[in-house]
Design a protein around this ligand. Structure first.
Ligand code: SF4
Ligand code: SF4
Length: 223
């Protein structure tokens, strides 16, 4: 999923400075799963903004709404029903795709992101998420025991380990597992260690982000 976290409140209050009426919009997709921008987080941010504005002697009306998905034109279209009620600012609590979709669909609205989109990852435990993919567009984890050295090795080494790991931890940070240690262990337990002896000469990066924004067009789905 896309993992995100709320921007600092001071940054968000800067977005709504001087506003009389604000709409906070959540998303039931990834940001609900990672507890950053679902209905509960919309309620919390809206309450904080109300309290903050009251404390500053400039009470602000804050409405709340949660969309099914902000990254889908179907739901962005339906979101129009929420507009026209005098909101000075709309705060999107989706990943950064949501405010972009809404900004494009509703060019006259002032739409600000309330979250920082962090990475593609998963939950390791309650309250802990970690990056597992950089969306290179040409997945090769089958060559590494199902583990991704591009996103999880600090140097994105396709031939590792680098020699700096200690006790299974990355030389860049003791808090980070050396994914190459994990890869070696996994390949060994799968009886595939030999496969790592042949150096990888490279990878096809044409599907990666370096060529500019990417697009997928599925002929079978285009109407
Ligand atoms: S190889 Fe590419 S697509 Fe596969 S997990 Fe790593 S970054 Fe993501
Ligand atoms: S210690 Fe491991 S994870 Fe860290 S840079 Fe070296 S190979 Fe990559």
């Amino acid at each position: 999923m896309i993992v995100a976290e709320r921007k600092p409140l001071e940054e968000i209050t800067g977005f709504v400075a001087g506003a009389k009426k604000v709409l906070v919009v959540g998303c039931r997709g990834c940001v609900t799963v990672c507890n950053a921008g679902g209905t509960k987080e919309v309620e919390i941010l809206a309450s904080l903004l109300r309290l903050n504005s009251q404390r500053e002697g400039n009470p602000m009306d804050v409405d709340e709404h949660t969309m099914e998905r902000q990254c889908d034109p179907e739901f962005a279209e339906a979101f129009g029903e929420q507009l026209g009620r005098g909101h000075d600012v709309i705060l999107s609590m989706a990943c950064s795709i949501g405010p972009q979709f809404l900004s494009r669909r509703y060019p006259n609205e002032r739409i600000f992101p309330a979250l920082n989109t962090s990475f593609l990852g998963g939950a390791l435990a309650s309250g802990i998420w970690s990056e597992h993919c950089q969306a290179c567009g040409n997945c090769v984890i089958h060559e590494f025991g199902g583990l991704c050295p591009i996103s999880r090795c600090a140097k994105s080494l396709l031939n590792g380990p680098c020699g700096g790991s200690e006790n299974g931890r990355c030389e860049v940070s003791e808090e980070t597992e050396c994914v190459w240690q994990l890869i070696v262990d996994k390949m060994e337990s799968n009886g595939r260690l030999e496969e790592l002896s042949d150096p990888r000469l490279g990878k096809d990066w044409r599907t990666s982000r370096d060529g500019g924004p990417r697009k997928i067009a599925r002929e079978d789905l285009i109407k």
